[in-house]
Design a protein around this ligand. Structure first.
Ligand code: ADP
Ligand code: MG
Length: 139
């Protein structure tokens, strides 16, 4: 089924000049960027985005990291986009991510792991609407 997911190229990957490689991986995997923005999140925008993790011990560090520099936020569209993107990303901890995945190639550690991807169709809907207006989404 054709669906959409939200991806974020995190500040660590932007600093490493990996934007082009990562977007190329999406395109080659049949995940078409249909909305893209480069931006810098404030700490409170990062906290809102990761609100489901607010009880976790790494919440403050994670949201400080996400606000530490520019990111690229994308809506990707394709067949089974949520699952396909999770496969492309690899495991949360780059040390455990399968060879050939984005996190294996560009992640540094379990926190600085290069990319975000929605984990379900429902969270994709919420996350897409968190960052993009209907005008940007063409709907
Ligand atoms: P994923 O991004 O693979 O969906 P989670 O939703 O569990 O992973 O976590 C969100 C983000 O929080 C991760 O991508 C990573 O940046 C950070 N994170 C997850 N687990 C840890 C941890 N144990 N220590 C530090 N940061 C973490
Ligand atoms: Mg997650």
């Amino acid at each position: 089924m054709t669906e959409q997911t939200l991806a974020i190229i995190k500040p660590d990957a932007v600093k490493k000049d990996a934007i082009g490689d990562i977007i190329s991986r999406y395109e080659k995997a049949g995940l078409k960027p249909v909305a893209v923005r480069m931006m810098r999140m404030s700490k409170s925008v990062a906290e809102g985005f990761y609100a489901v993790h607010r009880q976790r011990p790494f919440f403050d560090s994670l949201t400080t990291f996400m606000a530490s520099g520019p990111v690229v936020v994308l809506v990707l569209e394709g067949k089974d986009a949520v699952k396909r993107n999770r496969e492309l990303m690899g495991a949360t901890d780059p040390a455990k991510a399968a060879p050939g995945t984005i996190r294996a190639a560009h992640g540094t550690n379990i926190e600085f792991n290069a990319v975000h991807g929605s984990d379900s169709a429902e969270s994709a809907r919420v996350e897409i609407n968190y960052f993009f207006s209907s005008m940007e989404l063409g709907v």
